[in-house]
Design a protein around this ligand. Sequence first.
Ligand SMILES: Cc1cc2nc3c(=O)[nH]c(=O)nc-3n(C[C@H](O)[C@H](O)[C@H](O)COP(=O)(O)OP(=O)(O)OC[C@H]3O[C@@H](n4cnc5c(N)ncnc54)[C@H](O)[C@@H]3O)c2cc1C
Length: 369
Amino acid sequence: MRHAVVVGAGIGGLTAAAALRQQGWAVTVLERAASIEPVGAGLAMAPNALRALDVIGVGDQVRKLAAFQGSGGIRTKTGKWLSRTSAEAAQERYGDPTVLLHRAVLVDLLAAQAPEIELNTTVESVTPDGVVTTAKGELSADLVVAADGLRSRIRGQLFPSLPGPVYTGVTSWRLITPTAGAQPSESWGDGQVFGVMPLAGDQVYAYATAPAPPGGSSPDELGDLKRLFAGWHDPIPAVLDRTDPAKVIRTDIFSLETAPPAFHSGRVALLGDAAHAMTPNLGQGACQAIEDAVTLAYTNDLESYSAARMPRTAPIVKRSRAIARITSWRNPVATAARNTMISLVGRLGTTAALRQMDSVFAWEPPVRP
Ligand SMILES: Cc1cc2nc3c(=O)[nH]c(=O)nc-3n(C[C@H](O)[C@H](O)[C@H](O)COP(=O)(O)OP(=O)(O)OC[C@H]3O[C@@H](n4cnc5c(N)ncnc54)[C@H](O)[C@@H]3O)c2cc1C
């Protein structure tokens, strides 16, 4: 039996483990953390990711446990709608709308499909011929899946001259809070963004971004958020007022601006953030990791994997970064011009807005589920 070692039990690694196992591989998953509890935040799963999850048989469970992203769109900080989206229009166009769920829900579903995970196991090195070294010893594999995230050690070992991820100048905050009935929206100010997305079970997932020096943290992240977003439209202040300060997660935003020359080397495949870390502005980082995983399990060789995934992910990394740039503009004249442009496109209707996402959402998996 062919043996695959998956390094990292994030969303990418777990999906790869499940997909490879279903394709008849013996799979070992190595994870450096002591548990696979993900950060307490929400996650948008777009139609392309749901199609990939159908291949491994968990798409319908995700649909059942998620909240559908109803009518929403982009707003100004005063609440004026600049463009609208509609879940019905997305469903008609792509077969599914984007859905929202707790990260832990997806991780639990994926972990149930994957083999047992070897926790507390840090991979120290991987060679192109498939030798994986940990503190516990060496493993030899036919395939090594490097799903070790943004700061991938394996990417650095395979491609030592590749520049690392670049800080975008923007930090993010994520939180989940009990608030029923919020309408999904993302509001853009002069450098800041605040998103409100309903989750199943009368909860709301909120996220915010703002320019900040790298590596910053505050003893009162919630207080800082309240100050940054004071005076923004409803329900933003109410969401923040109902938030437990201990539940605010702060993460600096990085982007892998220079793609690796290939997503594989010898027997090793790079996958997810290890291959193409992107800013979260299109909500596609984990969606692309899931696409990678399913593609990897259904391609015959790693050249074909790189050939399929590099041209797919490069424009999404670029587009996410471009949105990150325009949302971090601080000059009110520039942001007013930006808002006018968005609202002009928005006036063309939800279909025109959706059409811009065709290249991302209309992806088809290598096999029909
Ligand atoms: C604010 C924010 C919001 C986002 N929102 C969305 C969204 O709505 N939708 C979406 O699709 N994406 C979103 N993303 C992106 C998404 O979170 C990532 O793209 C995705 O989680 C990457 O998954 P991964 O499995 O590649 O990497 P990770 O989740 O980083 O997993 C890597 C794993 O490898 C382990 N590891 C690392 N090194 C080693 C080692 N040497 N040995 C063993 N184990 C190791 C780590 O402990 C970790 O468990 C968002 C990101 C941010 C920052």
